[in-house]
Write a protein of this length. Sequence first.
Length: 516
Amino acid sequence: MLLGLAVTATLAAGAYSAKRAERQALLERRAEALRQALTGRIQSYIDTLPGLRVFGVLKTSPNDAEFSQYADAISLQRRFPGLALTFLAERVRQSDRQAFIAQVRGDRSRAPGGHPDFDIRPPGQRPEHMVLRHYHPADPSTFGYDLYDPGQHYRGAIEAAIDSGGYVATGPLRLARDRFQAAQPLLTSVVIRAAIYAGGLTPATTEARREAAQGVTGVAFRTVDLVNSVMPAELRQQLALRITDLNALAQPGATADQATVFDSQWQDPVGATAAAPALLRLTLDVADRRWELALAERTLPLWARLDAVTGLLLLLGSALSLSLAVMTRTLVQGKLRADERVRQATAELVAEQRQLALSEGRFRMLFEHSMDAIFRTRPDGRILAANPAACALFGCSEASLCQLDRRALVDADDPRLTVLSEQRASTGRAAGQLRMRRADGSLFEADLASSTYIDEGGELATSVFVRDVTERQRLAEQQARLTAILDATPDFVGSANPQGLNTFLNRAWRRLRGHA
């Protein structure tokens, strides 16, 4: 009996060990998925900066309406959840201070009365200022705020962005609009900045960059919103997460709390306190900084952890005298199969996540930077998304396009519409020419290609590519008229390429050569 109990205990310990291995493998998969999700979300924020830099160069000292139109065109708040602030700050030397203030006060592009009370804050004489001129969403408390405020510590990070020429992230901090609020972890934010240089190109030397700097642009996000946007509530209940800025931690005299980017305890003090010590640590690069992610399982009650083990012990104890050998063999084989399934599932998940990240990156680049108009729609005509080229071609913002039905963008009287619709309904694809309608009601001839597919949510979706061919048709018609004129003349007219081969002979010449 004692031998049987000993063997039973050994088997139970082996099963418990296998269960722990499965939990560890699951934790590793979840941690890697979380790291990739955070990387993708932060990169989507950073991807807005090149466009903002170009906008800042092309629109030197843009007015309120120009910045608002740009922000609406790229749908900042809808497409980038968790993004707290997007801003442009202009560099103003002391000698230009009064002219700059007068320019802003007189900006009536959005507010009919301008900004008669505008001033650079806080007041005081400084050699130069870095003034928050534009920001999205609107925040009057930061309008005109000087990031070179001697009472704060923003200047060092801004000068680092100017000197580096690249993207520079801050450590955990409070935003300028939160500077007068009581300190609380939920306000913890990170700002990623990029300098704007005269001419658009980054100068080669630090001295040249400091001289050419016109301002900075940047994005800011609250770290709690960032984590919540990629970490489902169910996962937050199972895992405790702490993110540390390793660069900030390496600073002389820095404490762990000062370098903390996010801690689950901020949102759930009781549950996070009950978490086990960190079981897994990963690193994540954010612009020029490095974060460390420490994950731990939240501690379960004793009955929840021992229930499966207790059941296994009772089962094995009751059947030990008859089936000890069979159970031993079954458990060993089951453990081997479980280990193999865990290994295969981990490898497949990592491969799928890498492929998904690559596919999403390619699609984002194609969608955002394509010169052709691209729509994502539903078969019933609803528009889900439109790229910047589509907004430019049809003359309205993405938000306005998404409120329209796809049928509002085509000429319903065009007989080719029925043919293309039937073709796509039968084959899932359609391509051809069609008259389309802009937001102002004007019609234009377009090349159109459409295909259906199943999206990531398992629903039927449609991609539509549109290219304006009005100019191409005009040139073709002009060429046809020219050819008809040349064919009608009795003179001999022809052309040849540099190799001496004929590329065109008019009718008179073809008759002469017997080819008419």
